[in-house]
Design a protein around this ligand. Sequence first.
Ligand code: F3S
Length: 427
Amino acid sequence: MYLTETEKALAQGQGGEAVRAALSILIEMGELFGAERLIPISQVHDDALLFIGPAIHEFVQKMVDLGGRVAVPTSLNPADYDLRNPEGLRVPPDKMADCRRLSQAHLDLGAAPTWTCTPYQTGFLPRFGQQIAWAESNATAFANSIIGARTNRYAGLLDVCAAIAGRAPLFGLHLTANRAARMLIRLDGFSREELTRDELYPLLGYVYGRLAGHTVAALEGLAGHNGDNDGLAGTIPIDSLKAFTAAAASSGSVGLFHLIGITPEAPDRAACFQGRKPAEERVITPADIDQARAELWTAQGDTVDLIALGCPHFSFMEFMALDRALGQRRVSENTACWVFTNRSVKAWLADSGLLDSLIGRGVAVFTDGCPLCYPHQEWGFSTAMTNSGKFATYGPAQTGHAIAIAGLAQCVESAVAGKIVLGGGRD
Ligand code: F3S
């Protein structure tokens, strides 16, 4: 790999041992992928926060001990648990100790204590065209697709190396040619009303991810290009795009997608295909959405004991929608209603008075953590209902729950009733 004079010096240890180690890992990884050189990056989103074993802590701590510090602004993905309210989540002390020491090691590197999978909604917002190194599948796909920044789907610890080195190998989605769509996916048969429902987007993302896999694809029809509707360009809420992105990046290895007429590298079909013709064409119909819902829906009858919201982390706007849907009613005593968010949004909720109000109506608000990682053994829930395609995709394997997936309004009705309601006949 070509290295600049500065990089050669850093690779020989002139920037310290942590930089040398980080750079050597990035160079080796880049050579595996055929990268010709490194590029400077302007941001990192670091998701090596889940304590999957002692080695992950040892690696980060080693970098700290070698004097490592992040060279660029670095945000942190959720830790395993709520660092401020582990009691509320019934986290066993030994698990909490592991979580805290891993979290502390990342802070010691100089990363910002964002503890969120939606850094793009809390101020860590890259610009169009900026080269960044983000991990966490929903965040990388959002940065690439919705913002038009450039990152690969970095894995945990490679993100740490990129943060310390301030560089990433130039390959994959950092390169313009690799950002071209190869597959065209058309929406067919959707009414405008169907396209404006929030519950469509996680399921649409799930179907899209299954079709696209690791291929960069372009979705046509949301902006009215198929003639079935008069176009939603500019009107789709950012949280619906977030829901689509997270689901697509879970059901498929999606790092970048284009929504024709909506996302910045896809003003029209020709632009996102970079002048080429689609190598493959597929269609998504309302029947595919029904099929996806049926695949994900494993709940039996109307039993539900956990309503899980905030995967990805809930935004302030989503909390406002939750408040409206709940009205003056309370969550049933038969059902927990948990919402996961970050500290910034929770602080806004507190300042606005909404936090106390929601808690008073039976909603639990957690920060820092991830709903897939709560201590399942301590709770024993059997069935979770969610509005998240990502939670629905990973939930059964990771939490052991049966899953019901629906829109936010249906989740709230179910929370109030203490059983699944408005389930669309899937009981
Ligand atoms: Fe975020 Fe955890 Fe969902 S990291 S996207 S809340 S699986």
